[in-house]
Design a protein around this ligand. Structure first.
Ligand code: FPP
Length: 254
């Protein structure tokens, strides 16, 4: 039976975050320039976005460009930014058609003016869409995000707008780029690397992690559905014991 058909609609992860890795290796293993892998990776972005809508996922976050990625060769950075602008231009119609709202997290001020303009256009055009939020992490780093939150909170305390005693996990969350977005239930990383790479460190405290050896350009809809089915077979305990969680399940069923 297809994984798509095994998904239990009542137990969908509300938010899936993805570390899209392996574009470079996909290209070099074929004797191609790394950029060719990113072009193929952009096709996977389209495919997996469609798959997420088909499955009924409410939030899909994609790690498109990390703060550390600025250190790659200029030609590759330029190619990635060019691909982003091209994709935004070409795919905004699809986002509208599918009811997808684009959101961005990261240090967007470090992006070039033409990239920012294109992004702002798409953000504005799609802001009333409610079927799914696609959150692009661009020039994003979790340590940067946490540090800027701490700095802004310190400034608010200094200005008398916030009392130090009011700093709780909830208020802290409001100073992160993801304010108002629920934490990911499931985090997927492709390409066989078993690490988090400075992605959503605060938000994934209780996320289920799923690693696959498949390179991002080869990642199919069925593989995405397989990750969802795998997630649905797990028991999320949030620090409680297995029997406590089982008891809650019985109570909810009553
Ligand atoms: C990781 O592969 C991928 C990236 C650094 C960028 C992700 C970009 C895309 C999927 C394409 C464009 C995105 C959008 C949103 C249109 P890697 O280069 O680190 O691969 P490697 O580890 O094999 O070298």
């Amino acid at each position: 039976m297809l994984f798509r058909e095994q998904i239990v609609p009542e137990r969908l992860p509300r938010h899936i975050a993805v570390i899209m890795d392996g574009n470079g290796r996909w290209a070099t293993s074929r004797g191609l320039e790394r950029q060719a892998g990113h072009i193929e990776g952009a096709k996977t972005v389209r495919r997996i976005t469609e798959a997420a809508v088909e499955a009924g996922i409410r939030y899909l976050t994609l790690y498109a460009f990390s703060i550390e990625n600025w250190n790659r060769p200029q030609t590759e950075v330029q190619a990635l930014m060019g691909l982003l602008v091209k994709s935004l231009r070409e795919e905004t119609a699809l986002l509208m058609e599918q009811g997808i709202r684009l959101r961005v997290i990261g240090d967007t001020e470090s992006l070039a003016p033409d990239v920012r303009r294109e992004l702002e256009d798409t953000l504005r055009q799609t802001e009333a869409n409610t079927r799914m939020d696609m959150v692009l992490a661009l020039s994003y780093g979790a340590r940067w995000e946490i540090t800027q939150a701490a700095r802004r909170m310190a400034e608010a305390v200094h200005a008398g707008q916030l009392a130090a005693g009011q700093i709780t996990e909830e208020t802290f969350g409001q100073y992160l780029c993801t304010a108002g977005i629920p934490d990911p239930d499931l985090l997927i990383r492709t390409s066989g690397e078993i690490r988090i790479s400075n992605f959503l460190l605060w938000q994934i405290a209780y996320s289920e992690l799923y690693f696959t050896p498949v390179l991002w350009p080869d990642f199919t809809k069925e593989m995405f559905f397989e990750a969802i089915v795998n997630y649905q077979q797990r028991q999320r305990r949030f620090g409680k014991t297995a029997s406590q969680v089982a008891g809650e399940g019985e109570e909810a069923a009553r």
